[in-house]
Design a protein around this ligand. Structure first.
Ligand SMILES: Nc1ncnc2c1ncn2[C@@H]1O[C@H](COP(=O)(O)OP(=O)(O)OP(=O)(O)O)[C@@H](O)[C@H]1O
Ligand SMILES: [Mg+2]
Length: 381
């Protein structure tokens, strides 16, 4: 008996010391950082097509245990490195976006932060609780919406789903009806709350998932592709809701491969590719990193045949040149080395050439341009 007591006291002491150590290890942790991911890594064993069983000793025979680093997915590799040393912090009242193409490692990061997947290496801390050592405490502070989530019960109504999950999330029984009504109201589902979820549209299911994530009123929200598959109006409404949640002081981590969404919603964005963060900053600062800040688009009707724009403006670089045979117009996209002088030269040159300008616009660069400049390929390639 005494032994058992002293063991449990020892255990508690050991856990507290470990917690202190871990907090120190994460840089003393800024109290406002509700999410801290430090050098998170995740590898998956690759199962070859046609291979009926993955033999653990095959790894040893090949002399590879792997060190968890390196590029992912080369044919014949035994491991896929899905997330490779990702570190970031999300502050209270901040929307932080993970922006990247398919397979970049966004969902894997979310799954590690939400304690659904154990990282192969690294740490993640939610409101001071390490996801590996204190998963229950971390989970109690999280609301999660996973991409393509089918964990709603389609044969139950929206309200019944929320009541069920509120109980799972340890919401006190007497508070459940109030909390469920609040979440339904919040997500604009109150009038359809008693219909079966199978009759909900995709947008409504997505809003119900977010209502479920809000049930325990968590300070941290992890949203994996929250607007995927929504029509533009529903996506806009959901984005407004996310902004409202941010204004309440929650820390929101969302993933997306819509750069306009990342641009509109996020205070900071981490561009992630092949499991690593290749750039992290505010959307504005990321775009300012591009050598040319603006793209000038012209639609011209040529009256004298061959128009040589680079002759007219030596500082112009042609980004796109396309002739539209149907309308007989020339579409040009340019960057200008010295916008003020070059623009004057451009208009003078155009006037002399006799070409008439059908359309003219100046565009800010997008996060897509940032991604192209960093990786040499488009986000959706
Ligand atoms: N359970 C798993 N087993 C094996 N490989 C996996 C597993 N989950 C993810 N992967 C691999 O890890 C990599 C990253 O996947 P992840 O789902 O995190 O990407 P993502 O950025 O969310 O992409 P998407 O935009 O398509 O959702 C991919 O190469 C994927 O095939
Ligand atoms: Mg994903």
């Amino acid at each position: 008996m005494i032994g058992a007591i002293s063991r449990s006291v020892l255990r508690r002491g050991w856990r507290a010391a470990l917690r202190r150590e871990r907090r120190r290890a994460t840089g003393g942790m800024d109290m406002d950082a509700l999410v801290t991911a430090e050098d998170l890594r995740k590898r998956f064993p690759r199962k070859r097509v046609g291979q009926r069983r993955w033999w653990p000793w095959a790894r040893r025979e090949n002399g590879r245990g792997g060190n968890g680093t390196g590029a992912s997915g080369a044919a014949g590799d035994e491991w896929i490195v899905a997330v490779d040393g990702v570190s970031f912090e999300v502050q209270r009242g901040e929307i932080f976006g993970l922006l990247g193409p398919n397979g970049a490692g966004k969902s894997t990061t979310i799954r590690m932060l939400s304690t659904l997947l154990e990282p192969s290496a690294g740490t993640a801390v939610i409101c001071g609780h390490d996801v590996r050592w204190e998963p229950m405490q971390a989970r109690a502070r999280l609301g999660v919406v996973l991409a393509g989530d089918r964990s709603l019960y389609w044969k139950l109504s929206g309200r019944e789903n929320l009541e069920f999950f509120a109980t799972l999330y340890h919401v006190p029984a007497h508070e459940v009806p109030h909390r469920v009504n609040w979440a339904l109201e919040r997500m604009g589902l109150a009038d359809r709350a008693d219909e079966l979820v199978e009759r909900y549209s995709t947008g409504m299911k997505q809003r119900l998932s977010l209502a479920r994530a809000l049930l325990a009123d968590p300070p941290v929200l992890l949203l994996d592709e929250p607007t995927l598959g929504l029509d533009p109006q529903s996506a806009r409404n959901l984005r407004e809701l996310i902004l409202e949640l941010k204004r309440e002081g929650r820390a929101i981590l969302l993933t997306t491969h819509y750069m306009e969404e990342a641009d509109f919603l996020c205070d900071r964005v981490a561009i992630i590719d092949h499991g690593t963060i290749i750039a992290m900053d505010s959307p504005g600062a990321l775009k300012r990193r591009l050598p040319h800040e603006r793209v000038y688009r012209l639609e011209l009707r040529e009256t004298n045949g061959a128009l040589r724009l680079t002759d007219l403006v030596p500082g112009a670089a042609v980004v796109e040149e396309r002739r539209d045979e149907a309308t007989g117009t020339l579409h040009l996209a340019l960057t200008l080395a010295e916008p003020e002088q070059d623009l004057a030269a451009l208009w003078t040159g155009l006037a002399h050439s006799g070409a008439s300008v059908v359309n003219y616009s100046v565009q800010e660069p997008t996060l897509e341009d940032v991604f192209i400049s960093l990786t040499g390929r488009a986000l959706r390639d």
